[in-house]
Design a protein around this ligand. Structure first.
Ligand SMILES: Cc1ncc(COP(=O)(O)O)c(C=O)c1O
Length: 396
């Protein structure tokens, strides 16, 4: 447990009130007195996941009255001037963080990352051929979805060893007429990450970066399209950010493509074709500011490397806990591990939860444990987890 801010209406609050926070007055009307609860868990969820405390505090402060507008961001029109400022600033900050060139559009979309599994082929499969590198469940789902729209070729896979590595992607049999080559760059469930991008032999690279979004710098010019659901490193579930090179935004997606699933619809309307997930985009914007204030993605990457090293070093030295991934391909974000004993795994997860280390259960398709240590997980959280694991090992 560590100190935080979470807000409750005082009358409804039954926990230990450490201190009252503030009175909220709106137009002279006393709304509520707030209490501060000082217990917050270390949340190792794979997503939706931990968000920076500074961001949560600012959102709480601005909840009733966003910067003198007299409304919360949840209540305002997406066509209002004040909201226009929020979405434009969010996009500008996002572009700054990733140094996105002018010939790429940034789209704030809905439907989760999974909607992109269909949207990508519908918009990019001109020849109705695409090559997929299958390194986990999410890449597999994208590949299966693409098969509905054309010829999806599985040109490499790591399924033979439970997706515990990334295949050699230096000289793949890329199809002559492939419209793109698709990868999932960080595999949330299996905890693997590409160390080198594939040699696509001149074809467009499309990448799902959901579980590594903004965890480190990325050279956007290497991709035709990059996308991610934001609910891991970037914000609350409900927004998918797509970065797409302008020449790939077409008037002629596959016949029958719905208006809402056409990139051009959203590109032409600056992500305001219909009502966007306004509040969630606002929170993403606060996270972008948090990253910029920290010094940007190089700084974030260093912090993430430090955190991951603490955990991997422990796993490599432990007799009880073992990492499941070929070391070369270890993710900085998702760290699966096992004890080799289901009963022991279950006891570990239970006792960890009692100590305030939550969501450590591995994905149902893998079992064991998984610690997701996204941007907002403090180093202290990883250090304390490792201390707990070490104690657990001594006692069991
Ligand atoms: C890498 C990756 N891609 C896609 C998805 C699917 O995301 P969504 O639930 O937003 O559709 C996930 C979800 O965890 C993921 O980790």
């Amino acid at each position: 447990m560590h100190s935080i801010l979470s807000l409750f209406l005082k009358d409804d609050f039954s926990g230990d009130i450490v201190s009252t926070c503030k009175k909220i007055d709106s137009s002279g009307f006393k709304v509520a007195e707030m209490a501060v609860d000082m217990s917050r868990v270390y949340n190792f969820s794979a997503g939706p996941a931990v968000l920076p405390e500074e961001v949560l505090k600012q959102a709480a402060d601005e909840m009733f009255d966003y910067q003198g507008s007299g409304q919360s961001v949840m209540e305002m029109s997406h066509r209002s001037k004040v909201y226009d400022g929020i979405i434009k600033t969010a996009e500008a900050d996002f572009r700054k963080l990733l140094s996105i060139p002018d010939n790429y559009k940034v789209l704030f979309l809905q439907g989760g990352a999974s909607t992109q599994f269909a949207m990508i082929p519908m918009n990019l499969m001109k020849n109705r051929v695409a090559d997929y590198i299958v390194t986990g469940q999410w890449a597999k789902k994208a590949y299966q979805e693409a098969s509905k729209y054309g010829k999806a070729n599985k040109i490499a896979s790591s399924e033979d060893r439970t997706f515990s590595y990334i295949p050699d992607v230096s000289d793949l049999p890329v199809s002559e007429d492939a419209d793109y080559v698709y990868i999932c760059q960080n595999n949330t469930i299996y905890g693997t990450k590409y160390k080198e991008l594939p040699n696509t032999k001149g074809k467009i690279l499309v990448s799902d970066v959901s579980s590594m979004f903004l965890s480190e710098p990325m050279d956007v010019t290497k991709y035709g399209l990059v996308y991610g659901g934001v609910q891991k490193n970037v914000g609350p579930a409900g927004v998918t950010i797509v970065i797409i090179r302008e020449d790939l935004i077409t008037d002629t997606p596959l016949p029958g493509t719905p208006t809402m699933l056409t990139y051009k619809t959203h590109a032409d309307a600056d992500s305001l074709y219909n009502t966007p997930p306004c509040y969630n985009i606002y929170i993403c914007g606060l996270v972008f500011k948090w990253l910029l204030n920290m010094g940007g993605l190089e700084v974030m990457k260093k912090k993430n490397e430090e955190k991951a090293k603490i955990l991997y070093d422990f796993l490599d030295s432990s007799d009880m806990f073992k990492g499941t991934v070929v070391p070369e391909y270890r993710s900085l974000m998702n760290v699966p591990f096992v004890t080799g004993d289901d009963e022991l795994n279950a006891r570990f997860i239970k006792e960890a939860e009692e100590k305030g280390f939550v969501n450590l259960k591995g994905h149902r398709s893998v079992g064991g444990m998984r610690a997701s240590i996204y941007n907002a997980m403090p180093k202290e959280g990883v250090e304390k987890l490792v201390q707990f694991m070490s104690d657990f090992e001594k006692n069991n």
